[in-house]
Design a binder for this molecule. Structure first.
Ligand code: EPU
Length: 420
């Protein structure tokens, strides 16, 4: 397993190009299953999760080819069940269920388990399929949805923690080929859902209201091929902005969209890091001393859970007490003990982390436990004195395109140690 060796203490300076959004491209790749025509997706990041999704589509019968940052998918003939192990490997692959049900009226995939950040149930996905008339059976580790006809219907998809991103994506992808009108209430408003709806509309779907809590879908009989450029990754942009603040640097985030980052920009401002628009780019830089802050993760347009760990790394450097409350996933604090190895002082009280910041961090060997936790450890390592070794970086390769190369371009001393 590869690891990163980071020699901390260098302020990041320069420009970084923000890649296409992982959490937009995965459901968009799944949506290509809805048509037998070829689809072209542009600005696709090189990530292990994207390769996994490509493998799943190939297994289902699609032809998938890559050229630079473009993926072409042609799903002339597909089967309705996903390979048990492939689907189980990546939780995001649950979003093949909606398009399989929409196109074939049957879908069978391995039941995704919980993961390190929480239990991650799929009850709301299944509620959406059932509302459209599908019969749901859970058996032998698989979940199966079948329907003779899919009929548009009203549905409420709010859950314990609010809306569901992939649940909304699945509902959209099943409803576009249903008969009649579907209205989703408490739909997820994330930009990744809007990007998916834009792609589906380019394929001939009739979706209105994406980006708001009420989305209306008028079913059509067939979809056709389309081309689409994926939105820039707002979480990658947030991660580099936080890294600029943590290292007292100045980084231009090429192509990042301020309109997707309001909550992050607002909290970084409170914390003493300014993110300003400059032409088509954003520039993140530390504005004097860091200040303690109070962050609660929420569904969009609130502060994103996917940037919580990175913000915590910044808070460990900030004199005073900062409070971070995680409202989306019940156990997304795996980074806390690893940040502790670098000298951070953090206490957990239920869903809240109390960060007593300002003590200098010093390098240590640490273990990445999940994607965003790994990003937090990299940021802390960049700011720490001495050398930090981040082990198990395959987690970070799932969701950040060439993060070590991009950081080196900004002046960071980070080296990938490849396992021989
Ligand atoms: N939930 C339910 N029932 C469901 C579905 C979700 O109770 O049927 C709960 C979850 O347990 C959680 C909350 O609803 O408490 C929100 O989960 P959501 O369904 O929105 O998460 P997701 O769609 O499975 C996507 C991203 C995650 C990101 C979340 C929240 C992808 C591939 N994944 O997951 O990304 O954290 O939305 O924004 O789009 C990451 O990139 O590191 C990552 C984990």
């Amino acid at each position: 397993m590869d690891s990163f060796l980071i020699k901390g203490g260098v302020p990041l300076h320069g420009e970084v190009t923000i890649s296409g959004a992982k959490n937009a491209v995965l459901p968009i790749m799944a949506a290509t299953l809805l048509t037998p025509d070829p689809c072209l997706i542009r600005r696709v990041p090189h990530l292990s999760d994207v390769r996994f999704m490509g493998q799943i589509l190939t297994w289902l019968g699609a032809k998938v080819s890559y050229e630079a940052d473009t993926v072409r998918v042609e799903s002339k003939k597909i089967k309705g069940h996903g390979d048990y192990d492939l689907v189980r490997k990546m939780r995001g692959s649950i979003c093949i269920m909606g398009p399989l049900l929409g196109r074939l009226r049957k879908a069978r995939v391995s039941l995704p388990g919980g993961c390190i950040i929480g239990a991650r149930p799929i009850n709301l996905h299944l509620k959406a399929f059932a509302a459209l008339g599908a019969k749901i059976v859970i058996e032998g580790g698989y979940v199966q949805a079948t329907a003779k006809r899919l009929i548009g219907a009203p549905m409420f998809l709010g859950g314990r923690a609010g809306s569901t991103v992939l649940g909304t994506a699945n509902a959209l992808m099943a409803a576009v080929l249903a008969e009649g009108v579907t209205v989703i209430e408490s739909a997820a408003c994330e930009p990744e859902v809007v990007d998916l709806a834009n792609f589906l509309n380019a394929m001939g779907a009739k979706i209105c209201g994406a980006g708001s809590p009420t989305v209306t879908i008028t079913g059509v009989t067939a979809l056709h091929g389309a081309e689409h450029e994926v939105i820039p990754d707002r979480i990658e942009a947030a991660t580099f902005a936080i890294a600029a603040g943590a290292t007292h640097g100045e980084v231009t985030l090429k192509g990042a969209r301020a309109d997707h980052l309001h909550a992050v920009i607002d909290k970084l401002h409170d914390a003493g890091v300014e993110v300003e628009r400059r032409g088509a780019n954003l520039v993140a830089r530390r504005n004097g001393r860091l200040k303690s802050a109070d962050v609660t993760t929420l569904p969009y347009s609130g502060y994103p859970t996917d940037a919580q760990a990175q913000m915590m790394a910044l808070m460990t450097l900030t004199p005073g007490i900062s409070i971070i409350t995680e409202r989306i996933f019940e156990s997304r604090f795996m980074h806390v003990s690893e940040l502790g190895r670098l000298g951070a002082d953090i206490e957990i009280e239920g869903p809240t982390a109390i960060v007593k910041g300002g003590r200098p961090l010093s390098g240590a060997p640490v273990m990445a436990s999940d994607l965003r936790a790994s990003a937090a450890l990299v940021i802390a390592g960049l700011a720490a004195k001495g050398t930090t070794q981040v082990n198990r970086v395959y987690h970070i390769d799932r969701g950040y395109e060439n993060i070590d190369g991009k950081l080196r371009q900004l002046g960071a001393r980070i080296q990938r140690i490849e396992e021989s």
